[in-house]
Design a protein around this ligand. Sequence first.
Ligand code: BGC
Length: 705
Amino acid sequence: MKQSEIIELLKEMTVDEKIGQLVQITGDFFNEESQITGPMENMNLQKEHISKVGSVIGLIGSQKVQELQKDYLENSRLKIPLLFMSDIIHGTNTIFPIPLALSSAFCPELVENVAKYAAKEAYLQGCNITFSPMADLAYDARWGRNMETSGEDTYLSSQLMKAYVKGYQQKDEIGNYKFLSCTKHFAGYGLVQSGRDYNTVDVSKRFLKEFHYPIYESAIKEGTKMMMSAFNTINSIPAVANKELLINDLRQDMDFDGVIISDWGAIKELTNHQVAKDDKEAAKLAIQATTDIDMMTPCYQHNLKKLIEEKQIEEKLLDESVLRILNLKNDLGLFENPYGQINTKEANEFVGCNEIKKLALQAAHKSCVLLKNNNNILPLNKNEKILIVGPLVNTQDLFGSWSIYGQIKDVQTIKEYFESQNENIHFMDYNLINNQIDEISSFDKVIYFGGETQEESGEANSKVDISLDDYQQKTIQKLKSLNKQIIFVNFSGRPMDLVNINLHCESIIQAWFLGTMTAQAIYDILYGNVNPSGKLTMSFPKSVGQCPISYKEFQTGRPVSKAIDNYVSKYIDEDNEPLFSFGEGLTYSNAKIKEVTYKKEQMHENETIDIEIEVENNSDYDCEEIVLLYVNDLVAKVIRPLKELKQFKRINIKAKSFTKLKMTIDKSMLEYYDQNCQLCLDKGDFEILIGLNPKKLNKKIITLK
Ligand code: BGC
């Protein structure tokens, strides 16, 4: 439709029809039964309301979507199609690694591909928009939603957000489909106090601008069409009603002209926050902050009309929201084709096809992080006799949280897959392990599959204890006391306290949750069919007491490194370092940086400095490595991180060979926000740190003249 036609359509709409566009409900509201009991009654919605709503959340499946759309349009005066949105977080039917795992690959191209295929699977089943990517920065292991983030670094997360949006919104490459992304949760959700979900956030504007906003902004620049506001407060006002946040920062400063949707129930929650006395005031505050869609509350439905009639809000506000929503529907081509390409032969063949599974396997390989490999115990030899135990050996629940539409029938358990590959592998009932000491004695090496279950991370799954449960700790100790060499494969949706595991195990693989192809991916890594290459994107603390913790530390006035007495910034019962830091991750190749050559050491603002880096791989394995470049601003107007990632490159190096790559420093890598939140650049010295491993970095001072 042309813009002029959209404007005409808007003019034709009644106030009730306009309000309907701003309401989002689940598919079950459209069932006959829900009119009497259940959801409709709870939200006090009548049939006439349902017949006008603008969008549906969580309904997927060709037939169901098609029937609902058809029914709806037949009964609709202006024939404005429904919009279908779902949480496609790491795959639709074929499940890819959780986003935190995927970020460990440091590979935007991979993320783009994953998003593209997930989008196509979703689109072919009637979904128009996904509530993804999640751009929230996270560095508190207690928070359950870490698993949905891309970790603790601004630069990496920004690159990956761009890739997600590009992938989701991609047209034509794998078929002509239209799909859009809704970035979330604006803003700062990862900073919830004490890592407790939905809790208060208190953060300075400078920190938001410097470390958090760039990630959302990166998705906006790539063209994300929607933004979901966060549950939390910013500057003591819940995001959904926060004018400064949504109007000044998001719409004006970041130039976002798309649709803002509330998070589930968030408008009504303004009354729980005690900033609105009732639903009516909540609706008023939210619409005044330009929140366009009310997800799953009756606030807009029952109050916007009264607010307009009583002249508490201008109808213009409603019109602006409706226009944004109609434009979104138009961008999706829904007016011309409300049914998309669903229920076609192509759709039925594409969902869950081998091509997607292949990509899911590749993604799972690249997402695994090898954290420890003493005496090169890995990779294993197929002829070795191996014992496998652990609580996650015999389960199909390996997708990770937020995999609502994943098809469990496609998942092979660790036991099923490993058994099918290798007859030297033996299994033991995990619960009976203490009674089978004699049998255990005949094995030297044990692979233990443990950690958390997938239900222990995700929304509303914050924890105060991030270590393994007692039974697992005791089992590991027992195995160690029997002199076994233990390879520990850790499943989790968050960084965990692995101190004891590290003490007792020869090798640790952080497997996160890897989705549909989990078992094969881990087998390939353990047996050397694939060389692991992931690196942590969230630091693993030594104790929950260190949380929140990030590699991006600031210098204090009393750093441990300058201690002359006891009065320094430290704990008395633990050191300050995490057990495994952001950027750690081994390969079987032990590649090394051989040489770093700076083409010059000084630059003016409009110049750049090229750096040539030589990386060598003396091993017998081809490998993929990730070269990381950090900056430390040695003197600035405000405190700056001691090291901050500013560039990374993923490279391939053949066995027994070397490769050279180039990195370039430009002024954007040296800029920061000053105390007035203005972007600034200081002349002077900067330390550049380059390496494959954060514990071993090549350092050099450069000067900005
Ligand atoms: C979550 C969002 C999600 C929404 C819809 C909320 O509880 O915070 O991330 O997109 O539900 O399912």
